[in-house]
Design a protein around this ligand. Sequence first.
Ligand SMILES: Nc1ncnc2c1ncn2[C@@H]1O[C@H](COP(=O)(O)OP(=O)(O)OP(=O)(O)O)[C@@H](O)[C@H]1O
Ligand SMILES: [Mg+2]
Length: 615
Amino acid sequence: MATARPEDADAEGKDRVIVGIDLGSSHSLVCAWIDGAPRLIPNGAGEVLTPSCVGVGDDGRILVGKAALARRATHPWDTATRFRRHLGHPHAVRLGTRDYRPEELVALVLRTLVRDAEAFLGAPVTEAVVTVPACFSGEQREATRAACELAGIKVERLLSEATAAALAHAVDLVTDEARFLVFRLGAATFDVAVAQLTDGMIGVRASAGDDSLGGDDFTALIATQAFANGLPDTAGESVAFMRELLALAETAKCELTRRGTAHLEAAYGETSVGVALDGDTFATLTQPLLNRLWYPIERAMRLARIRAADLDHVILAGGATRMPVIRALATQMFAREPTTTIDPMHIAAIGAAVQAGIAMGDRALRGLDVLEAGSRASPTVASSSTATSVTSSSDPTLDLALGFAADVGKQPVTAVQGLLANALAELRKRYIDAPGQFEEHLIDLLVTQRIGQRVAVFEAAADAFHWRLADHLDALGSRGDWIRRVLAEGDDWLALDERRRFEWLDLAALGEAGLDAPLVPRWPEMRIMRERFPTLIGLFVSTGTLANWEAAFDALPASSRDRPKRVAPGAESRLSTAAVPADRDRRRKAWLAVALIVVALALCAFALWHGTLRR
Ligand SMILES: Nc1ncnc2c1ncn2[C@@H]1O[C@H](COP(=O)(O)OP(=O)(O)OP(=O)(O)O)[C@@H](O)[C@H]1O
Ligand SMILES: [Mg+2]
């Protein structure tokens, strides 16, 4: 079997056998581009999902995949799972008689996949396109490359999983132009990518994610509920029991997807408890996790300057998007059913195989390519005209912001100040001398308020900027002035009603995403905000958009301009020092004049009455 027919491959790709590998925290897959189509390759057990699991047998032999997973229940100490997240960190795991670095464990999984592929293809595999979460840092990407090297394969390209999913979807499209958003929730990570297909080129316009949010967290909440229902706290100290409980919770979660209800029974010592789940109870239980999905989506859409209505497709990827609660949320977020034509658990591997087909020069794929920052050793995005606003997913400032955002989501209010201080200290250490990045990062911290403890974060941010940065502002030149202006506006801003603040920011962000007819009449409200908080509002909406907004408002027929606008109730009193529109000013003066006349008449009447009495 050949991966690409000779007549379909160009000279450059002739002797190369490249496969696509989706390296997941819970499962990994290998897929090849064969005769113009992707083929998922089964492992020795005949399954396309290979557990990312490594263990040591009684005889000291290394076990990988299903065989290792099967022994986990009885030999928890000799089995390693979920090690991909430790890539890039010095986190060794002891199995049997020796310690394994994360790269070594990943390499064992990769080698197994490559062997399966070689057996299937009947040819040695030379290279691989390997997927990584979009939010993987530079160190994590380097460690992934090191793992591939240990496994004896050359990395053709590291591709973000969400981008791979976009590519898999794009291959089947008949149009040349499409805008799509990939919503990928795996076992341990969440990614969003906004991509645009233009003449066969997929430009990733923006991506964002949360590297500590995935299907495992939903499983963990079910297990937590068992404690809430009466399991003793001491049960949590038993590693073996906790593994068993999590396995039961995982089964219940998948059962819930399949049947709409599920029941978990757990027993520890004398105590036995049950957890009954249906769609509603699960949605309530997992609400805190569902809330955390909004922020990366909003961020990616804001960076890509796109509105939900302008997306042609919303594609689900990652096994956790099988949960009805996630599908319902995605439907609500984008006001349409998301696309699941390709199995979300296979889509990233298929996309990686498409990229492998492109690299091997398959003519069927000629013209299709991906522009994604950080995906090659020397990125090609800078020279691209189609990918105008590509953002680097391996940008360490973004990592820091996302890490901070993820931490904040999990911490009580009291811990937020400390977290913020740490984030700022780290930020200053790394970027104080890197022009341009500082503002971008500050913006991230400011908008982090939108997740978790919104108000507390914002207030902590304002405070921390005051005391952490005040002495550095002068050294920062024009950037320092900019921060000073944010701080100056901060106190007044925080004095406003919280709900309104968010409404105004949304209004500004909506305007920036694309001015449309229903938004234009709200210009007077935005003008007041802009005049009072020019820097803060400037974070969300550009000067150009504001000018267009004003012009569009002025161009409205007088009748629709004079109609009462949807000025947020109470905005006038809260914004009393803001610029007051001229007609309201005139009305106020008229009332003042009437009041003065009434007072004068009253005084005259009093004087006359007093005079009469004295006479
Ligand atoms: N039927 C189902 N119902 C609910 N959840 C499911 C179902 N099938 C799979 N999952 C969940 O999907 C997740 C695994 O998905 P996937 O294989 O895409 O993740 P991964 O690639 O290993 O993780 P990551 O990409 O985050 O590293 C697990 O959390 C699993 O519980
Ligand atoms: Mg995955």
